[in-house]
Structures are given as structure tokens and as C-alpha cells.
Design a protein around this ligand. Structure first.
Ligand SMILES: Cc1ncc(COP(=O)(O)O)c(C=O)c1O
Length: 461
């Protein structure tokens, strides 16, 4: 069993949760169109849908809220956030946004044109959709090891530099308005990217004059993985590693709902003054004045405090240990998960676990539904529901390489016994897994369909 330190905090406030009975869960799922996003949270026992905005704030963050300055312009809260962002990320400019996708939207709107290509290791769904919404092509160039769930490469989020060079040569520099890198790589299992790789990605983009933006949502977890796994970094502090990472980039999009340990917020940071000015105009049009960007002053204070807490190494040690504990217990039970476990979540290889279901019957969706029916646990499918799309030429569905179910662990929320309950529930499903039915979609919008699609089981059990 790997290092799994106890929670480095005491619980001062609690929120009641309750497991509704079997019949209630069946009815709730049916009336949600078998889409777990549409369930009411009171019908859920353990909610592992996402680690985004679902964390518990600390006493320091709650007290920071009381210092929120709600001035429309020039609020003290903004300057406190500015100090934290500048200290950690070091970019010349930043604008707050209400969450990560607002930053992605502004960046895509200003830089990306129809028919262009935006490379990354892997884009997450909102980044992918924001690029597609501009008529462009999000292009995933993660190393091949990332697609082998049992390969224990320490940095499975790395971008394949050869694939990147090939894309640039094939499509031409003029068709690549920016290059990205997601740390950690959420869509590929929450896997970290090494500093060596970040440096090479930066050199390659810059060799061709392509601006380099980091999707920084889980930068603290990625930095701690570097400290633990990359030669030469064990003596560096996590904040020093973070600074080294961002010094290699021209900007970043950030959803503060992850490693800034808050329930809402984000920002877009950059070095380019012209891009900053244009971003401010877009921000004013949709989000708000550049010193609050769609957030309350108190939110800015909570982010400023949370950014520093997210880098605390006792916290990160516990956080990564908790994820590793869940993954190990599942593996012991014969449930295939992506190895090694990532930072914020354990990803079950649903394609392998429910191998009787082809991608067109959505094995990830099927397992998510079953986890709810069996134990009131909410997870999320990261597979064909989220990422399959029709080939523009033939109209035939192109499925992603992996059919996953993500068990995302909210920060500082659940204890080890909650995780043990998740393991027991999956053990029960494993005993009857061959009878788990596939699903078909009965309604889906064109973009980001997983949020609002409806499903029905192909065979009722
Ligand atoms: C890697 C990554 N990028 C971007 C986002 C979008 O952030 P937000 O939900 O704050 O819009 C997410 C959210 O889950 C994410 O995981």
C-alpha cells in the first residue's frame, strides 16, 4: 500500500448526506433521462461527478470572504488576487473570469479562426468545444503511453514532440494560432506533465513563433507530481516548481475551481499587452470590469488565499495519497483503472470492465448509471458520450481511444471511509458486470452533449 497520510485538517462544519432507497434511485435516474448531470444533489449519497468547485474552503478562506471589497472598480480584493497570481504565475497581465471556460472563450475568440488547428496534449471538453465553436480543430498530441491504461509512465500527460513537429509542418505555422498544454491532463486520466516536457513543448512552439498557453487548472497537483517523480526536483518547493513551469509559457487559462480551492472563479493571464487590452474589452462586454471579471470581490479574496493553500505540501501529500489509495483498493479488487493514478481522480477503464459493450453502446455511461443505481454514487463518463464526433467527410462516428468513468475526488470533502464505500459498491457491480446493459442516446445537442443528453438502456434488467 502506498503512502497515504491522514487528512491534515480537522472537520469544523458538516453537511448531512443521505442514501435514498433502491426504488428512489431508480426513479430519480429514469426521470433524469439516465443522465447523471440531471440528478438532484439531494438524491446522491457520494458525489464524485467533479472536483471542480466542489471543494471545502478553509477557515482562512471563509475569513477572507469577510474582507471582500465590492467596489466596482479598483477593489482591494483585486489587488490581493493580483499579488497572488503574479507571485505564483509571473505573467505580466491577468483578468479574472467567472470560471475557466470564460477565459478559454475569450482566448479562442481573439486568437482562433475557422479551419485552424490548436494543438495540446489533450484539450478538456470546454476547451475542445470553444475551439470547435470557432470552426477550428482541437488537436490532441499526447504520448502514446497515455492510451495504455496499465502503462505506469510517470508523466503520461506529456505531449509528443514529434507529433507536434509533424502537425506544424503539415498544417503550416499560419494555421496554428496558439499551442496549449493541459496540466494535469484531465481528459487523459489526470496525468501530470514533466518539466522536461513542458520545456520542450515551449521550445517547439517558440521555435515557430506560436504563442504557448497552459491550461493551468491543476497546476499545484502537477507541480507536486514533478517534485515527487522528476529527477532534480525533490528539494524544490512546489511554488518554485510552479514558477519554473509558467516562466516557459506566454499565458494561461485557469479554472480556480480546482487547485485554487474555491467554489467559483478563474482567470486568463498573458504577457502580451495587445492581447491583454483586447481581452479586457471582451471581458467588459460579457463578464465585467477587469478588476472583478464577473466575480464578487469576496470571491477574488477566496481565490487569492486558496491559490497559496493549494500549494501547501502537507495538503498535496494527503491529496495525491487519497487518490492513490482509492486506485490501489480498486486494482486489488480486480477493477481496471488507469495507472498510475492521477491527481484529482481515479479513472476506471469501463471499456475493459464492461468488455461486452462496444463503444457505440457507451460502456462508460452504463457503468456510471450502475454506480448510482447500486450505491447512490455519482461519477462521470469520459468516453464516447463526451468525445465521439461524426467524421466530417463520411459522417461515421469517430470514438475516442478510451471509454472511461471518472471518480473525481472533491478537495478536503470525503474521508477514507467514503472511499471504502465506493470500493465496496464497485465490488458488488463487478459480480454481475456481464448483465449491465448498454445505452443509446435519445436526445443530444451538437456541442458538449454529455451535459444535457438523454439516454435509455438497451435492455432493461
Ligand atoms: C482541464 C480543464 N480545463 C478547463 C476546465 C473548465 O473550467 P470551468 O469548469 O471552470 O469552466 C476544466 C473543468 O473541469 C478542466 O478540467
Amino acid at each position: 500500500m502506498s503512502h497515504h497520510p491522514p487528512e491534515p485538517f480537522r472537520i469544523k462544519m458538516v453537511e448531512q448526506i443521505h442514501l435514498i432507497n433502491n426504488t428512489g434511485r431508480k426513479q430519480a435516474l429514469e426521470s433524469a433521462g439516465f443522465n447523471l448531470f440531471k440528478l438532484r444533489s439531494e438524491d446522491i449519497f457520494i458525489d464524485l461527478l467533479t472536483d471542480s468547485g466542489t471543494g471545502a474552503m478553509s477557515q482562512d478562506q471563509w475569513s477572507a470572504l469577510m474582507h471582500g471589497d465590492e467596489s466596482y472598480a479598483g477593489a482591494r480584493s483585486y489587488f490581493r488576487l493580483d499579488q497572488a497570481v503574479t507571485d505564483i504565475f509571473g505573467f505580466r497581465y491577468f483578468i479574472p473570469t467567472h470560471q475557466g471556460r470564460a477565459a478559454e472563450h475569450i482566448l479562442s475568440l481573439l486568437l482562433v479562426k475557422q479551419g485552424q488547428y490548436v494543438p495540446s496534449n489533450m484539450h478538456f471538453d470546454t476547451t475542445d468545444a470553444n475551439i470547435r465553436a470557432r470552426g477550428a480543430h482541437p488537436t490532441n498530441l499526447v504520448i502514446d503511453e497515455a492510451y495504455d491504461p496499465s502503462n505506469r509512465h510517470p508523466f503520461k500527460g506529456n505531449l509528443d514532440i514529434e507529433k507536434l513537429e509533424q502537425l506544424i509542418l503539415e498544417k503550416g505555422v499560419d494555421n496554428i494560432p496558439l499551442g496549449m498544454l493541459t496540466i494535469t491532463n484531465n481528459a487523459g486520466g489526470g496525468q501530470p506533465v514533466s518539466l522536461e516536457n513542458i520545456r520542450k513543448v515551449s521550445q517547439t512552439y517558440h521555435k515557430y513563433g506560436i504563442p504557448f498557453f497552459i491550461d493551468a487548472c491543476r497546476f499545484a497537483e502537477n507541480s507536486y507530481f514533478i517534485k515527487l517523480r522528476e529527477p532534480g526536483y525533490s528539494q524544490k518547493s512546489t511554488i518554485e516548481i510552479a514558477r519554473e513551469i509558467f516562466a516557459l509559457a506566454d499565458g494561461a487559462t485557469m479554472s480556480a475551481k480546482k487547485d485554487a480551492l474555491v467554489n467559483i472563479g478563474g482567470f486568463l493571464a498573458m504577457n502580451d499587452e495587445n492581447l491583454y487590452k483586447q481581452s479586457c474589452n471582451e471581458l467588459i462586454l460579457r463578464e465585467g470590469f477587469p478588476t472583478y471579471g464577473g466575480l464578487a470581490g469576496r470571491d477574488l479574496d477566496a481565490i487569492a488565499t486558496g491559490l497559496r493553500e493549494g500549494l501547501n505540501e502537507d495538503y498535496l501529500d494527503y491529496r495525491l495519497g487519497q487518490t492513490a489509495y482509492l486506485a490501489e483498493r480498486l486494482l486489488e479488487s480486480g477493477i481496471p483503472v488507469i495507472e498510475p493514478p492521477g491527481g484529482h481522480a481515479v479513472y476506471i477503464d469501463a471499456g475493459q470492465f464492461l468488455s461486452h459493450l462496444p463503444p457505440s453502446q457507451f460502456p462508460g455511461q452504463a457503468l456510471s448509471a450502475e454506480l448510482y443505481l447500486e450505491g447512490g454514487i455519482r461519477s462521470v463518463e469520459i468516453g464516447s458520450v463526451m468525445f465521439a464526433f461524426p467524421d466530417p467527410q463520411t459522417g461515421e462516428m469517430i470514438h475516442p481511444q478510451m471509454e472511461l468513468v471518472r471518480l473525481a475526488i472533491p478537495r478536503r470533502v470525503y474521508t477514507q471511509s467514503h472511499l471504502d464505500y465506493v470500493v465496496t459498491t464497485l465490488q458488488k457491480i463487478a459480480k454481475r458486470k456481464d448483465s449491465v446493459p448498454g445505452y443509446r442516446i435519445t436526445y443530444a445537442p451538437e456541442l458538449l452533449r454529455h451535459f444535457t443528453a438523454n439516454f435509455e438502456p438497451l435492455v432493461s434488467n
